[in-house]
Design a protein around this ligand. Structure first.
Ligand code: HEM
Length: 101
């Protein structure tokens, strides 16, 4: 799924080892949500728009962990009418269009 926010950086508060990559205290780490949402290790056919895939809820569009988006539920609520319209379309039509939600 396309991530409206493609990346976000965070200040590294202490030396940290992330899967063998050392992040020194005081540096900045950038997470690329768009890339995470297309990670083939997480999602089968990652470039396919498929909101019904088994693990669709694992997307990173709103981040994750203690700093997950505070407005996530509001944003989902506001996207309701948009999703209803998309549900009325065929899968083929959905996969060709980019959703704003
Ligand atoms: C489609 C709409 C939105 C998207 C895709 C989005 C996405 C994100 C992402 C990716 C983050 C970073 C999460 C992380 O670091 O793990 C974030 C943080 C945040 N978002 Fe959103 N957001 C949306 C709408 C909103 C709205 C409507 C609000 C407020 C009304 C909001 C408030 C915040 C705040 C306050 C944070 C910082 C949370 C923290 O650092 O603890 N967002 N959002």
């Amino acid at each position: 799924m396309e991530a409206p926010i493609q990346d976000f950086s965070r200040y590294v508060g202490r030396d940290y080892d992330l899967d063998g990559v050392s992040l020194p205290e005081g540096s900045r780490a950038i997470i690329f949500y768009g890339a995470a949402n297309r990670d083939p290790r997480q999602f089968r056919n990652p470039d396919r728009f498929d909101v019904r895939r088994d693990n669709a809820g694992r997307h990173m569009a709103f981040g994750t962990g203690p700093h997950i988006c505070l407005g996530m539920n509001l944003a989902k609520l506001r996207c309701g009418p948009c999703s209803s319209r998309l549900r009325g379309r065929s899968n083929a039509s959905i996969s060709r269009r980019k959703s704003a939600c």
